[in-house]
Design a protein around this ligand. Structure first.
Ligand code: 4NP
Length: 155
């Protein structure tokens, strides 16, 4: 099978999905998993922006790199090109499902469906304090482990 392609999606592509991209890059590489990874936002307001400085600060403290990331919006081709399109919250999920051609709808899931915690959504940390970014990291790290196991089983 060709290498799987994973797209992480949030609203602005500056906080949650760039964090998921950074964490998953690190963990997939450590697991020896050959995977193509990207992230995008359902909204395009921050197109071209670097990830939020609070996300970079919190993630860097745990050893993750955000190098080379800049925000982009989800594009129509993404539904065709990616194998797994993982939404951070239910609003992202419903926005994606509203846009995707029906034949690709089964690629779209809540990212935390791969996690062990009882949370089903990664809460938007944009308007909150620094602790929100720590919770985002905790949830994302957990779901990345499950995603790696799932991809290893289907590889
Ligand atoms: P994200 O957070 O979806 O995790 O990147 C947000 C970033 C920006 C905005 C909302 C959420 N905003 O409204 O600009």
């Amino acid at each position: 099978m060709s290498k799987p392609k994973v797209l992480f999606v949030c609203l602005g592509n500056i906080c949650r999905s760039p964090t998921a991209e950074a964490v998953f890059r690190h963990k997939a590489s450590a697991a020896g998993l050959d995977v193509y990874i990207d992230s995008a936002g359902t909204g395009g307001w921050h197109q071209g922006d670097a990830p939020d400085s609070r996300a970079i600060k919190a993630g860097s403290q745990r050893g993750y790199s955000f190098a080379g990331q800049s925000a982009r919006a989800v594009e129509p081709e993404d539904y065709r090109d990616f194998d797994h399109i993982l939404a951070m919250d239910r609003r992202n999920l419903s926005d994606l499902k509203a846009e995707t051609p029906a034949e690709y709808a089964n690629k779209i899931k809540l990212f935390l469906s791969y996690g062990q915690s009882s949370e089903s959504e990664v809460p938007d940390p944009y308007y909150g304090g620094g602790q929100g970014f720590e919770q985002v990291l905790d949830l994302i790290e957990d779901a990345c482990e499950g995603l790696i196991k799932s991809l290893q089983q289907t590889a």
